[in-house]
Design a protein around this ligand. Sequence first.
Ligand code: GDP
Ligand code: MG
Length: 163
Amino acid sequence: MANVVAIVGRPNVGKSTFFNRLIEKRQAIMDDISGVTRDRHYGYAEWCGKFFTVIDTGGYVTGSEDKFESEIRKQVKLAIDEASAIIFMVDCRDGLTGFDKEFANILRTSKKPTFIAANKADTPDKSMLAAEFYELALGEVYPVSAENGGGTGELLDELVKTF
Ligand code: GDP
Ligand code: MG
């Protein structure tokens, strides 16, 4: 199976920023496969000589909470179907939210290796906030900063071991 990594999480946690960082050194191949929803982007990335496809899921949701919930389910379902590993992104600054818990509950039912990326850990004191996400009981939590690149190496080292 091809190595495909999906980045999922609620809006504004930094998924697209992280996606852009992962594919930074390699020209993004922005997909236009017909039938594929516009709110998903595909790119190629490499770490330690291992190549993989990255999916940036949208999470552009407007309207009611019901719509939000169904979007969460849709995203996670796509991720579970298409990905060989999942990066579940949360936001250290916001802390653990109800939507994060919902995501986690669905991800828990998947058999795919899942990595919690606790984003916006731009400084060591912010990184300490990441500990809160162990409560999700999805394994190791990786404090990262999609903005300055902090912590991404530690996460990617473990991620590529699953390929
Ligand atoms: P998405 O909706 O999950 O794709 O989130 P985006 O990548 O669009 O980012 C949402 C906001 O968070 C933007 O204003 C980003 O600049 C900001 N952001 C993303 N990553 C970081 C980070 O590591 N640190 C900080 N401080 N802000 C970030
Ligand atoms: Mg985005």
